[in-house]
Design a binder for this molecule. Structure first.
Ligand code: ADP
Length: 239
């Protein structure tokens, strides 16, 4: 098995705020992992550190068994941040084309890849629409389509269910399984537990910058529902 990323004893401080502490985690190729935690737990800080967008205070991080700052590792992953913006005057298609170029999809393949990605997200009919005319849920689907328009083997989604209705949520979960079947590896940051419960090979419960539980859903739940276990961990620590 090959290692997609590895974090060893990572510490990240913003001034006096400790956002990650003694954070150690690794991910194998082909896994779906859910990073779960309440707001402020440190999920986004971890992802941004892994992407080299933030400098960690101490510890070690590697991506694809190499230095996270090497440009070639960035080409193997795609990242959908929690908050993203597109040029409002672009159409959906040109937005996807922008990402396809960024992900170095061969020019001759771009049209097909764009249609595929839009189809996967159920928004092929929005292809010619302007970004400014889309609803929040439609925009989220465009964001997700951009994240899969290339063939990146590691996909990172920060709060992918944001703004989606129950049908959209189901679509994203189905897509997640499909991507895994293609051998891709997916890291999902979410505070919506129930959505990840049946999906994740591995769940990581974070609170206050630290990992509190890690393993399969069964291991982490330990006889309770994942939600109850999560609640007990987080609530227990706020008392
Ligand atoms: P999550 O993604 O789990 O909601 P974050 O990683 O965004 O959590 O935040 C972790 C902690 O770090 C929080 O206490 C947050 O207030 C703090 N934090 C995040 N970004 C900054 C920043 N740029 N400056 C100072 N503190 C920050």
């Amino acid at each position: 098995m090959s290692n997609i990323f590895e974090a060893k004893s990572v510490l990240k401080k913003y001034g006096n705020t400790i956002a990650l502490s003694d954070f150690s985690l690794s991910l194998e190729k082909g896994e779906i992992v859910a990073l779960l935690g309440p707001n402020g737990a440190g999920k986004t800080t971890f992802v941004k550190s892994l992407l080299g967008l933030l400098r960690i205070s101490s510890g070690e991080l590697s991506l694809f068994e190499t230095d996270i700052n090497r440009p070639e590792v960035k080409k193997k992953l795609s990242y959908l941040p929690e908050k993203f913006t597109f040029y409002s005057y672009y159409t959906v298609e040109s937005t996807l084309r922008f990402y396809a170029s960024m992900y170095e999809v061969e020019k001759t393949l771009q049209a097909d890849k764009i249609d595929n990605a839009l189809r996967e997200l159920g928004i092929l009919e929005l292809k010619g629409r302007k970004i400014s005319d889309l609803s929040k849920g439609q925009l989220q689907r465009v964001g997700l389509a951009c994240s899969i328009v290339g063939d990146q083997e590691f996909i990172i989604w920060d709060e992918p269910f944001s703004g989606l209705d129950p049908i959209g949520i189901k679509d994203v979960k189905d897509l997640c399984i499909k991507l895994k079947e293609q051998g891709r590896t997916i890291l999902v940051n979410s505070h919506i537990l129930s959505e990840m419960e049946r999906l994740a090979d591995k769940v990581v419960i974070m609170n206050k910058g630290q990992i509190r539980a890690v393993g399969t859903v069964e291991e982490v739940s330990n006889g309770l529902s994942l939600e109850e276990r999560f609640y007990r961990i987080v609530k227990g620590e706020s008392e």
